[in-house]
Design a binder for this molecule. Structure first.
Ligand code: OOG
Ligand code: MG
Length: 262
């Protein structure tokens, strides 16, 4: 750790206020270039603590930057993780309010729900599939608090990996008869296809992203409990959305999920 406790608290308060007031800011490493990974996750943890203290519930986890398309879009090389709070959830077919967001983008993702705990180190695709209750299509809305989505990895981790809203729906599919690598993924905005891909875009297999997350948490002495919802990461580049946009994600065998921006 390079930052002291009060700096971590100040930065967490600043980033969370930007989120809650839908204001952008410059990336925090501009002012604190010495910040390290532990500082970045400590700021994220402090944002989580503030939300829980205010009565929010943590409803899941997300992996991010798990595909080459996303890493290239963001100019970074390592996956990251964040948390999902209850008020991030948009009901299937529901609305996200642009007035609460800065410059949202949507990503097509495969969501996992676990039925057994996953604890790293040593988690692999097999352990993840064995611990998976079902998978579902998910649209993640990311909304970096950094101006024009310009950030480095440590700044984005501190900002809870741009987490903002998400919707899950479609079919709850058990994984025993699915090859998640070859599932086709089509995302439409206002009826037009804006991105397409297949599950394998995420680290060769979306379950690899969950294994990576379990192993990263394991290094911190934490596990993924049974019953956890986890977003495995954008399969394609994220697509900007504006008021009036209607987004539908279709994933082969998993059905579709839809949301609107108002
Ligand atoms: C960071 C969040 C990335 C994903 O699925 O890759 C993410 C960002 O691009 O702002 O959620
Ligand atoms: Mg994502």
């Amino acid at each position: 750790m390079k930052l002291d406790k009060s700096t971590i608290q100040t930065l967490a308060a600043h980033l969370e206020t930007c989120e809650l007031e839908a204001r952008d800011t410059l990336k925090i490493t501009d002012e604190y270039p010495e910040m390290d990974w532990d500082d970045a996750y400590a700021i994220q943890d402090e944002i989580k603590r503030r939300k829980v203290a205010r009565g929010a519930r943590i409803v899941g986890l997300k992996a991010g930057l798990t595909s080459h398309a996303k890493m290239k879009q963001m100019g970074v090389e390592t996956p990251v993780f964040g948390f999902l709070a209850d008020y991030f959830a948009v009901p299937e077919g529901g609305e996200a309010k642009m007035s609460e967001l800065i410059h949202p983008k949507v990503e097509p993702e495969i969501a996992f729900v676990t039925k057994a705990p996953l604890k790293g180190p040593g988690c692999h695709i097999g352990s993840v599939l064995a611990a998976t209750d079902f998978v579902m299509p998910a649209i993640e809305v990311i909304d970096s608090r950094y101006r024009d989505f310009k950030f480095d990895l440590k700044s984005v981790v501190a900002d809870n990996c741009s987490s903002s809203r998400f919707v899950v729906g479609g079919r709850m599919a058990p994984v025993d008869n699915l090859d998640l690598r070859t599932l086709g993924v089509v995302m439409e905005k206002n009826g037009q296809v804006v991105s397409l891909g297949a599950g394998a875009a995420v680290l060769g297999h979306p379950a690899a992203a969950i294994a990576m997350l379990a192993n990263l948490l394991g290094e911190r002495g934490e596990e993924i409990p049974a019953g956890t919802l986890i977003l495995s990461g954008g399969i394609t580049e994220a697509v900007a959305v504006h008021a009036g946009d209607n987004v539908t994600l279709r994933i082969q065998e998993l059905g579709s999920v839809n949301m609107r921006f108002v």
